[in-house]
Design a protein around this ligand. Structure first.
Ligand code: BG6
Length: 475
Protein backbone atom coordinates (compact mmCIF):
# COMPACT_ATOMS: atom_id res chain seq x y z
CA UNK A 1 0.00 0.00 0.00
CA UNK A 2 1.57 3.21 -1.23
CA UNK A 3 0.66 6.83 -0.73
CA UNK A 4 1.70 9.03 -3.61
CA UNK A 5 2.79 12.60 -3.62
CA UNK A 6 0.53 14.91 -5.59
CA UNK A 7 1.54 15.92 -9.09
CA UNK A 8 3.32 19.28 -9.07
CA UNK A 9 1.03 22.28 -9.53
CA UNK A 10 2.72 23.25 -12.79
CA UNK A 11 2.73 19.72 -14.23
CA UNK A 12 2.10 19.90 -17.97
CA UNK A 13 -0.99 17.78 -18.60
CA UNK A 14 -0.85 17.61 -22.34
CA UNK A 15 -1.68 15.96 -25.62
CA UNK A 16 0.30 15.82 -28.86
CA UNK A 17 0.14 15.69 -32.64
CA UNK A 18 2.36 16.15 -35.70
CA UNK A 19 1.87 18.36 -38.74
CA UNK A 20 1.60 15.71 -41.44
CA UNK A 21 -0.74 13.60 -39.34
CA UNK A 22 -3.33 16.32 -38.66
CA UNK A 23 -3.01 19.39 -40.86
CA UNK A 24 -3.94 18.40 -44.40
CA UNK A 25 -3.86 21.42 -46.75
CA UNK A 26 -0.77 19.79 -48.16
CA UNK A 27 -0.43 22.26 -51.05
CA UNK A 28 -2.16 25.31 -49.59
CA UNK A 29 -0.80 28.53 -48.14
CA UNK A 30 2.38 28.35 -50.20
CA UNK A 31 3.52 25.05 -48.69
CA UNK A 32 6.02 22.97 -50.65
CA UNK A 33 5.86 19.16 -50.80
CA UNK A 34 7.53 17.07 -48.09
CA UNK A 35 9.00 13.61 -48.56
CA UNK A 36 5.79 12.22 -47.05
CA UNK A 37 3.62 13.97 -49.62
CA UNK A 38 5.51 12.07 -52.29
CA UNK A 39 6.09 8.77 -50.51
CA UNK A 40 2.47 8.10 -49.57
CA UNK A 41 1.47 8.44 -53.25
CA UNK A 42 3.73 5.56 -54.29
CA UNK A 43 1.71 2.37 -54.66
CA UNK A 44 1.70 -0.09 -51.75
CA UNK A 45 3.49 2.06 -49.19
CA UNK A 46 0.63 2.72 -46.73
CA UNK A 47 -2.62 1.07 -45.64
CA UNK A 48 -5.01 1.37 -48.62
CA UNK A 49 -2.82 4.15 -50.05
CA UNK A 50 -3.76 6.40 -47.15
CA UNK A 51 -2.15 9.86 -47.08
CA UNK A 52 -2.16 13.22 -45.31
CA UNK A 53 -3.48 15.40 -48.16
CA UNK A 54 -6.51 16.23 -46.02
CA UNK A 55 -5.54 14.39 -42.82
CA UNK A 56 -8.03 15.59 -40.17
CA UNK A 57 -8.14 19.06 -41.69
CA UNK A 58 -6.64 20.73 -38.64
CA UNK A 59 -5.24 23.46 -40.90
CA UNK A 60 -8.78 24.71 -41.49
CA UNK A 61 -10.09 23.90 -38.00
CA UNK A 62 -7.51 25.36 -35.66
CA UNK A 63 -10.03 27.40 -33.66
CA UNK A 64 -12.45 24.49 -33.30
CA UNK A 65 -9.68 22.14 -32.20
CA UNK A 66 -8.18 24.57 -29.70
CA UNK A 67 -11.68 25.20 -28.28
CA UNK A 68 -11.93 21.46 -27.61
CA UNK A 69 -8.52 21.52 -25.91
CA UNK A 70 -9.70 24.39 -23.73
CA UNK A 71 -12.89 22.52 -22.86
CA UNK A 72 -10.75 19.58 -21.81
CA UNK A 73 -8.58 21.81 -19.65
CA UNK A 74 -5.32 20.88 -21.36
CA UNK A 75 -2.27 22.60 -19.88
CA UNK A 76 0.00 21.85 -22.84
CA UNK A 77 -0.34 21.01 -26.52
CA UNK A 78 2.55 19.54 -28.44
CA UNK A 79 2.45 20.07 -32.20
CA UNK A 80 5.03 20.12 -34.97
CA UNK A 81 5.85 22.74 -37.55
CA UNK A 82 6.07 21.58 -41.13
CA UNK A 83 9.44 22.70 -42.51
CA UNK A 84 8.14 22.98 -46.12
CA UNK A 85 5.34 25.26 -44.89
CA UNK A 86 8.01 27.71 -43.70
CA UNK A 87 10.56 27.11 -46.46
CA UNK A 88 8.74 25.44 -49.39
CA UNK A 89 11.99 24.21 -50.93
CA UNK A 90 13.86 23.85 -47.65
CA UNK A 91 15.66 27.19 -47.77
CA UNK A 92 15.61 30.50 -49.61
CA UNK A 93 12.63 32.80 -49.20
CA UNK A 94 10.59 32.34 -46.02
CA UNK A 95 6.87 31.71 -46.57
CA UNK A 96 5.04 34.24 -44.39
CA UNK A 97 1.69 32.42 -44.77
CA UNK A 98 3.25 29.38 -43.12
CA UNK A 99 4.52 31.37 -40.15
CA UNK A 100 1.14 33.11 -39.87
CA UNK A 101 -0.63 29.75 -39.60
CA UNK A 102 1.47 28.64 -36.64
CA UNK A 103 1.21 32.06 -35.06
CA UNK A 104 -2.57 31.74 -35.15
CA UNK A 105 -2.34 28.32 -33.47
CA UNK A 106 0.12 29.53 -30.81
CA UNK A 107 -1.93 32.63 -30.04
CA UNK A 108 -5.11 30.57 -29.73
CA UNK A 109 -3.37 28.21 -27.31
CA UNK A 110 -1.95 31.04 -25.21
CA UNK A 111 -5.34 32.77 -25.11
CA UNK A 112 -6.65 29.64 -23.34
CA UNK A 113 -3.67 29.26 -21.03
CA UNK A 114 -2.38 26.22 -22.93
CA UNK A 115 1.41 25.97 -23.07
CA UNK A 116 2.61 25.32 -26.64
CA UNK A 117 5.26 22.61 -27.00
CA UNK A 118 6.75 23.14 -30.45
CA UNK A 119 8.42 20.29 -32.34
CA UNK A 120 10.81 21.53 -35.02
CA UNK A 121 10.98 18.34 -37.03
CA UNK A 122 8.51 15.48 -37.13
CA UNK A 123 9.75 13.71 -40.29
CA UNK A 124 8.31 15.95 -43.03
CA UNK A 125 11.54 16.92 -44.76
CA UNK A 126 11.16 19.26 -47.75
CA UNK A 127 11.18 17.05 -50.85
CA UNK A 128 13.47 19.59 -52.53
CA UNK A 129 16.30 18.83 -50.08
CA UNK A 130 15.86 15.08 -50.54
CA UNK A 131 16.14 15.59 -54.31
CA UNK A 132 18.99 18.06 -54.17
CA UNK A 133 21.42 16.29 -51.87
CA UNK A 134 19.76 13.26 -50.30
CA UNK A 135 18.40 14.97 -47.17
CA UNK A 136 19.93 13.57 -43.97
CA UNK A 137 22.76 11.92 -45.87
CA UNK A 138 24.49 15.22 -46.65
CA UNK A 139 26.05 17.66 -44.21
CA UNK A 140 24.52 20.59 -46.11
CA UNK A 141 21.31 19.82 -44.25
CA UNK A 142 22.89 21.10 -41.02
CA UNK A 143 22.96 24.71 -42.25
CA UNK A 144 19.55 24.46 -43.88
CA UNK A 145 17.98 23.01 -40.76
CA UNK A 146 19.60 25.65 -38.60
CA UNK A 147 18.29 28.47 -40.80
CA UNK A 148 14.77 27.06 -40.58
CA UNK A 149 14.97 26.62 -36.80
CA UNK A 150 16.39 30.10 -36.20
CA UNK A 151 13.49 31.53 -38.23
CA UNK A 152 11.12 29.88 -35.74
CA UNK A 153 13.19 30.93 -32.71
CA UNK A 154 13.06 34.53 -33.85
CA UNK A 155 9.37 34.49 -34.60
CA UNK A 156 8.10 32.42 -31.64
CA UNK A 157 10.87 32.49 -29.05
CA UNK A 158 9.05 35.03 -26.90
CA UNK A 159 5.81 33.02 -26.89
CA UNK A 160 6.95 29.41 -26.76
CA UNK A 161 8.98 28.08 -23.85
CA UNK A 162 9.13 24.32 -24.58
CA UNK A 163 10.71 23.09 -27.80
CA UNK A 164 11.44 19.64 -29.24
CA UNK A 165 14.30 19.43 -31.74
CA UNK A 166 14.08 16.12 -33.63
CA UNK A 167 11.17 13.76 -33.11
CA UNK A 168 12.14 10.10 -32.92
CA UNK A 169 15.26 10.29 -35.03
CA UNK A 170 15.88 6.69 -33.99
CA UNK A 171 12.54 5.32 -35.12
CA UNK A 172 12.24 7.47 -38.24
CA UNK A 173 15.73 6.75 -39.57
CA UNK A 174 15.50 3.05 -38.69
CA UNK A 175 12.41 2.91 -40.88
CA UNK A 176 13.96 5.14 -43.53
CA UNK A 177 17.39 3.47 -43.84
CA UNK A 178 17.08 -0.04 -42.40
CA UNK A 179 13.53 -1.28 -42.92
CA UNK A 180 12.80 0.77 -46.01
CA UNK A 181 9.33 1.65 -44.74
CA UNK A 182 9.72 5.46 -44.47
CA UNK A 183 11.10 7.74 -47.20
CA UNK A 184 13.62 7.47 -48.79
CA UNK A 185 13.04 3.73 -48.26
CA UNK A 186 16.65 2.58 -48.20
CA UNK A 187 17.95 -0.63 -46.61
CA UNK A 188 21.62 -0.04 -45.90
CA UNK A 189 23.20 -0.01 -42.43
CA UNK A 190 26.20 2.06 -43.37
CA UNK A 191 23.99 4.80 -44.77
CA UNK A 192 21.77 4.45 -41.73
CA UNK A 193 24.59 5.27 -39.30
CA UNK A 194 25.93 8.00 -41.57
CA UNK A 195 22.52 9.74 -41.75
CA UNK A 196 22.13 9.45 -37.98
CA UNK A 197 25.51 11.04 -37.38
CA UNK A 198 24.54 14.02 -39.51
CA UNK A 199 21.21 14.27 -37.69
CA UNK A 200 23.08 14.35 -34.35
CA UNK A 201 25.20 17.22 -35.63
CA UNK A 202 22.12 19.09 -36.84
CA UNK A 203 20.43 18.50 -33.50
CA UNK A 204 23.42 19.88 -31.61
CA UNK A 205 23.74 22.87 -33.94
CA UNK A 206 20.13 23.95 -33.46
CA UNK A 207 20.36 23.49 -29.69
CA UNK A 208 23.44 25.73 -29.69
CA UNK A 209 21.57 28.36 -31.69
CA UNK A 210 18.58 28.04 -29.37
CA UNK A 211 20.66 29.20 -26.37
CA UNK A 212 21.39 32.42 -28.21
CA UNK A 213 17.89 33.13 -29.46
CA UNK A 214 15.66 31.67 -26.74
CA UNK A 215 17.74 31.94 -23.57
CA UNK A 216 14.80 31.26 -21.26
CA UNK A 217 13.38 28.31 -23.17
CA UNK A 218 13.97 24.60 -22.83
CA UNK A 219 14.84 22.33 -25.73
CA UNK A 220 15.51 18.63 -26.23
CA UNK A 221 14.92 15.83 -28.72
CA UNK A 222 12.00 13.40 -28.38
CA UNK A 223 13.31 9.89 -28.32
CA UNK A 224 11.28 6.75 -29.09
CA UNK A 225 12.33 4.81 -26.04
CA UNK A 226 11.47 1.13 -26.00
CA UNK A 227 13.36 -0.12 -22.95
CA UNK A 228 15.00 -3.50 -23.46
CA UNK A 229 14.21 -6.53 -21.29
CA UNK A 230 16.17 -9.79 -21.31
CA UNK A 231 14.02 -12.84 -22.16
CA UNK A 232 15.64 -14.70 -19.27
CA UNK A 233 18.58 -14.58 -16.89
CA UNK A 234 20.58 -16.84 -19.23
CA UNK A 235 23.87 -15.00 -19.85
CA UNK A 236 23.26 -15.10 -23.63
CA UNK A 237 19.93 -13.32 -23.16
CA UNK A 238 21.48 -10.84 -20.75
CA UNK A 239 24.16 -10.02 -23.32
CA UNK A 240 21.52 -9.67 -26.06
CA UNK A 241 19.66 -7.26 -23.79
CA UNK A 242 22.82 -5.21 -23.16
CA UNK A 243 23.50 -5.16 -26.91
CA UNK A 244 19.98 -4.04 -27.68
CA UNK A 245 20.07 -1.22 -25.15
CA UNK A 246 23.37 0.06 -26.60
CA UNK A 247 22.51 -0.35 -30.29
CA UNK A 248 18.85 0.65 -30.23
CA UNK A 249 18.74 3.24 -27.44
CA UNK A 250 22.01 4.53 -25.98
CA UNK A 251 23.49 5.04 -29.46
CA UNK A 252 21.14 8.03 -29.74
CA UNK A 253 20.82 9.12 -26.16
CA UNK A 254 24.57 9.06 -25.42
CA UNK A 255 25.22 11.04 -28.60
CA UNK A 256 22.59 13.63 -27.61
CA UNK A 257 23.44 13.92 -23.94
CA UNK A 258 27.13 12.95 -23.62
CA UNK A 259 28.37 13.82 -27.11
CA UNK A 260 29.87 10.37 -27.64
CA UNK A 261 28.86 6.92 -28.83
CA UNK A 262 28.57 3.89 -26.54
CA UNK A 263 31.78 1.91 -26.57
CA UNK A 264 30.80 -1.66 -27.48
CA UNK A 265 28.48 -0.56 -30.29
CA UNK A 266 31.12 1.76 -31.74
CA UNK A 267 33.78 -0.97 -31.61
CA UNK A 268 31.44 -3.39 -33.36
CA UNK A 269 30.57 -0.91 -36.13
CA UNK A 270 34.22 -0.01 -36.72
CA UNK A 271 34.93 -3.70 -37.14
CA UNK A 272 31.99 -4.19 -39.53
CA UNK A 273 32.86 -1.07 -41.55
CA UNK A 274 29.50 0.56 -40.74
CA UNK A 275 30.65 3.23 -38.27
CA UNK A 276 29.88 6.81 -39.28
CA UNK A 277 32.63 9.12 -40.43
CA UNK A 278 33.48 11.35 -37.45
CA UNK A 279 35.31 14.49 -38.58
CA UNK A 280 37.44 16.71 -36.34
CA UNK A 281 35.12 19.01 -34.40
CA UNK A 282 32.07 16.73 -34.63
CA UNK A 283 32.17 15.42 -31.09
CA UNK A 284 32.99 18.87 -29.72
CA UNK A 285 29.87 20.19 -31.43
CA UNK A 286 27.79 17.40 -29.92
CA UNK A 287 29.06 18.32 -26.47
CA UNK A 288 28.21 21.98 -27.06
CA UNK A 289 24.66 21.18 -28.09
CA UNK A 290 23.32 18.90 -25.37
CA UNK A 291 19.63 19.11 -24.39
CA UNK A 292 17.93 20.76 -21.42
CA UNK A 293 15.57 17.83 -21.01
CA UNK A 294 14.79 14.58 -22.80
CA UNK A 295 11.44 14.12 -24.49
CA UNK A 296 10.34 10.51 -24.09
CA UNK A 297 7.93 8.85 -26.49
CA UNK A 298 6.98 5.65 -24.73
CA UNK A 299 4.66 3.01 -26.15
CA UNK A 300 6.11 -0.41 -25.22
CA UNK A 301 9.05 -2.42 -23.99
CA UNK A 302 10.87 -4.95 -26.18
CA UNK A 303 12.19 -8.27 -24.96
CA UNK A 304 15.40 -9.66 -26.38
CA UNK A 305 17.06 -12.99 -26.70
CA UNK A 306 20.25 -14.45 -28.08
CA UNK A 307 20.62 -14.37 -31.89
CA UNK A 308 23.49 -16.40 -33.33
CA UNK A 309 25.25 -15.36 -36.52
CA UNK A 310 23.12 -16.39 -39.46
CA UNK A 311 20.00 -15.76 -37.34
CA UNK A 312 17.09 -13.36 -37.49
CA UNK A 313 17.49 -10.08 -39.43
CA UNK A 314 15.53 -6.80 -39.24
CA UNK A 315 11.86 -7.20 -40.16
CA UNK A 316 9.20 -4.61 -40.79
CA UNK A 317 6.63 -4.02 -38.06
CA UNK A 318 2.99 -5.09 -38.04
CA UNK A 319 0.94 -2.51 -39.93
CA UNK A 320 -2.09 -4.75 -40.46
CA UNK A 321 -3.88 -4.44 -37.15
CA UNK A 322 -4.03 -8.23 -37.04
CA UNK A 323 -2.86 -9.59 -33.73
CA UNK A 324 0.06 -12.01 -33.76
CA UNK A 325 1.50 -11.07 -37.14
CA UNK A 326 4.68 -9.29 -35.97
CA UNK A 327 7.77 -11.30 -36.90
CA UNK A 328 10.83 -11.57 -34.67
CA UNK A 329 13.39 -8.96 -35.70
CA UNK A 330 17.06 -8.54 -34.91
CA UNK A 331 20.69 -8.32 -35.86
CA UNK A 332 22.58 -11.61 -36.22
CA UNK A 333 25.24 -11.96 -33.55
CA UNK A 334 23.69 -9.26 -31.36
CA UNK A 335 20.03 -9.73 -30.42
CA UNK A 336 16.54 -10.51 -31.62
CA UNK A 337 13.11 -9.66 -30.27
CA UNK A 338 10.82 -12.24 -28.75
CA UNK A 339 7.27 -11.84 -27.36
CA UNK A 340 7.07 -11.21 -23.62
CA UNK A 341 4.77 -13.91 -22.22
CA UNK A 342 3.92 -11.71 -19.23
CA UNK A 343 2.35 -8.89 -21.22
CA UNK A 344 -0.89 -8.33 -23.12
CA UNK A 345 -0.60 -6.69 -26.52
CA UNK A 346 -2.64 -4.27 -28.62
CA UNK A 347 -4.07 -5.27 -32.00
CA UNK A 348 -0.79 -4.12 -33.54
CA UNK A 349 1.17 -6.41 -31.18
CA UNK A 350 2.51 -3.57 -29.07
CA UNK A 351 3.15 -4.83 -25.52
CA UNK A 352 1.12 -2.97 -22.92
CA UNK A 353 3.54 -2.32 -20.08
CA UNK A 354 3.05 0.59 -17.68
CA UNK A 355 5.82 -0.72 -15.42
CA UNK A 356 8.07 -0.44 -18.45
CA UNK A 357 7.35 3.27 -18.47
CA UNK A 358 8.45 3.62 -14.86
CA UNK A 359 11.60 1.69 -15.72
CA UNK A 360 12.15 3.88 -18.80
CA UNK A 361 11.91 7.09 -16.80
CA UNK A 362 14.21 5.79 -14.08
CA UNK A 363 16.86 4.52 -16.48
CA UNK A 364 17.01 7.79 -18.39
CA UNK A 365 16.90 9.97 -15.32
CA UNK A 366 19.70 8.13 -13.57
CA UNK A 367 21.93 7.77 -16.67
CA UNK A 368 21.58 11.34 -17.95
CA UNK A 369 20.57 13.33 -14.85
CA UNK A 370 18.19 15.50 -16.90
CA UNK A 371 14.53 16.41 -16.49
CA UNK A 372 12.22 14.33 -18.65
CA UNK A 373 8.95 15.00 -20.41
CA UNK A 374 6.63 12.33 -21.76
CA UNK A 375 6.11 13.82 -25.21
CA UNK A 376 4.05 10.84 -26.43
CA UNK A 377 2.23 7.90 -24.87
CA UNK A 378 -1.02 6.35 -25.97
CA UNK A 379 -2.93 3.44 -27.43
CA UNK A 380 -3.77 2.97 -31.11
CA UNK A 381 -6.98 0.98 -31.52
CA UNK A 382 -10.01 0.46 -33.76
CA UNK A 383 -12.65 2.76 -32.23
CA UNK A 384 -16.30 2.64 -33.21
CA UNK A 385 -18.63 5.59 -33.59
CA UNK A 386 -21.94 4.41 -32.13
CA UNK A 387 -25.49 5.69 -32.26
CA UNK A 388 -26.05 8.96 -30.41
CA UNK A 389 -22.48 10.09 -31.16
CA UNK A 390 -20.85 7.86 -28.57
CA UNK A 391 -17.33 6.47 -28.73
CA UNK A 392 -16.63 4.12 -25.87
CA UNK A 393 -12.93 3.51 -25.41
CA UNK A 394 -12.48 2.07 -21.90
CA UNK A 395 -9.38 0.20 -23.14
CA UNK A 396 -7.74 3.57 -23.85
CA UNK A 397 -8.72 4.92 -20.44
CA UNK A 398 -7.18 1.83 -18.80
CA UNK A 399 -4.02 2.24 -20.83
CA UNK A 400 -3.62 5.94 -20.06
CA UNK A 401 -4.56 5.61 -16.40
CA UNK A 402 -1.98 2.90 -15.77
CA UNK A 403 0.71 4.89 -17.57
CA UNK A 404 -0.04 8.15 -15.76
CA UNK A 405 0.20 6.16 -12.51
CA UNK A 406 3.58 4.87 -13.66
CA UNK A 407 4.66 8.50 -14.10
CA UNK A 408 3.59 9.20 -10.56
CA UNK A 409 5.57 6.22 -9.31
CA UNK A 410 8.63 7.33 -11.27
CA UNK A 411 8.39 10.78 -9.71
CA UNK A 412 8.21 9.09 -6.33
CA UNK A 413 11.42 7.32 -7.37
CA UNK A 414 13.10 10.70 -7.83
CA UNK A 415 12.53 11.36 -11.53
CA UNK A 416 12.03 15.01 -12.48
CA UNK A 417 9.09 14.88 -14.89
CA UNK A 418 7.93 18.10 -16.52
CA UNK A 419 4.76 16.77 -18.06
CA UNK A 420 2.81 14.08 -19.83
CA UNK A 421 1.58 14.51 -23.40
CA UNK A 422 -0.85 11.80 -24.43
CA UNK A 423 -0.71 10.74 -28.05
CA UNK A 424 -2.91 12.10 -29.51
CA UNK A 425 -5.47 14.89 -29.08
CA UNK A 426 -7.71 14.23 -32.08
CA UNK A 427 -7.52 11.08 -34.14
CA UNK A 428 -4.70 11.36 -36.65
CA UNK A 429 -3.22 9.68 -39.69
CA UNK A 430 -1.08 6.84 -38.37
CA UNK A 431 1.79 7.08 -40.91
CA UNK A 432 1.65 3.56 -42.36
CA UNK A 433 -1.58 2.31 -40.77
CA UNK A 434 -4.02 4.86 -42.17
CA UNK A 435 -6.95 6.28 -40.22
CA UNK A 436 -8.10 2.97 -38.77
CA UNK A 437 -5.47 3.03 -36.01
CA UNK A 438 -6.92 5.71 -33.77
CA UNK A 439 -5.23 7.42 -30.83
CA UNK A 440 -7.29 10.51 -30.04
CA UNK A 441 -9.46 11.74 -27.21
CA UNK A 442 -11.51 13.26 -30.01
CA UNK A 443 -12.85 10.99 -32.72
CA UNK A 444 -12.65 12.32 -36.27
CA UNK A 445 -15.24 11.02 -38.69
CA UNK A 446 -13.12 9.89 -41.60
CA UNK A 447 -11.49 6.80 -43.07
CA UNK A 448 -9.51 6.01 -46.23
CA UNK A 449 -12.59 6.79 -48.34
CA UNK A 450 -13.13 10.20 -46.74
CA UNK A 451 -15.80 11.35 -44.29
CA UNK A 452 -17.42 14.41 -42.73
CA UNK A 453 -14.34 15.24 -40.57
CA UNK A 454 -16.75 15.96 -37.73
CA UNK A 455 -15.23 15.88 -34.22
CA UNK A 456 -16.82 13.67 -31.54
CA UNK A 457 -15.60 13.54 -27.94
CA UNK A 458 -14.76 10.02 -26.84
CA UNK A 459 -15.34 8.64 -23.34
CA UNK A 460 -11.60 9.11 -22.73
CA UNK A 461 -12.00 12.87 -23.37
CA UNK A 462 -14.24 13.20 -20.32
CA UNK A 463 -11.97 10.98 -18.25
CA UNK A 464 -8.82 13.02 -19.03
CA UNK A 465 -10.68 16.27 -18.38
CA UNK A 466 -11.39 15.08 -14.83
CA UNK A 467 -7.84 13.87 -14.32
CA UNK A 468 -6.55 17.31 -15.25
CA UNK A 469 -9.18 19.18 -13.24
CA UNK A 470 -8.26 17.17 -10.14
CA UNK A 471 -4.52 17.65 -10.68
CA UNK A 472 -4.13 13.89 -11.12
CA UNK A 473 -6.11 12.88 -8.04
CA UNK A 474 -9.06 11.47 -10.04
CA UNK A 475 -7.04 8.91 -11.96
C1 BG6 B 1 5.52 7.73 -32.91
C2 BG6 B 1 5.39 8.97 -33.72
O1 BG6 B 1 6.32 6.85 -33.62
O2 BG6 B 1 4.41 6.99 -32.59
C3 BG6 B 1 3.96 9.35 -34.04
O3 BG6 B 1 6.12 10.03 -33.21
C4 BG6 B 1 3.16 8.10 -34.31
O4 BG6 B 1 3.98 10.26 -35.10
C5 BG6 B 1 3.10 7.30 -33.03
O5 BG6 B 1 1.87 8.30 -34.81
C6 BG6 B 1 2.32 6.02 -33.13
O6 BG6 B 1 2.80 5.22 -34.15
P1 BG6 B 1 1.83 4.61 -35.22
O7 BG6 B 1 2.69 3.88 -36.17
O8 BG6 B 1 0.91 3.70 -34.48
O9 BG6 B 1 1.10 5.76 -35.83
Amino acid sequence: HHKFNDFPKDFLWGAASAAYQVEGAWDEGGKGPSVWDSFTKLPGKTFQGSNGDVAVDHYHRVEEDVALMAEMGLKAYRFSVSWPRIYPTGRGEVNEAGLAFYERLIDALLAHGIEPVLTLYHWDLPQALQDEYGGWEDRRIIDDFERYCVTLYQRFGAKVKYWVSLNEQNYNLTNAYQLGTHPPAVQDRKRFFAANHIAFLANARVIKAFREHVPNGLIGPSFAYSPAYPASCAPGDMLAFENAEEFTNYWWLDAYCFGRYPQAALAYLKESGEAPEILPGDLALLREGTPDYIGVNYYYTLTYTDNPLGGQTMQRINTTGQKGTTPSSGVPGLYRTTPNPHLETSNWDWAIDPTGMRIALRRLSSRYALPLMITENGLGEFDKLEAGDKVQDPYRIDYLRSHVKACQEAMQDGVELLGYCAWSFTDILSWLNGYQKRYGFVYVDRDEQGGSLRRVKKESFHWYRQVIASGGKAL
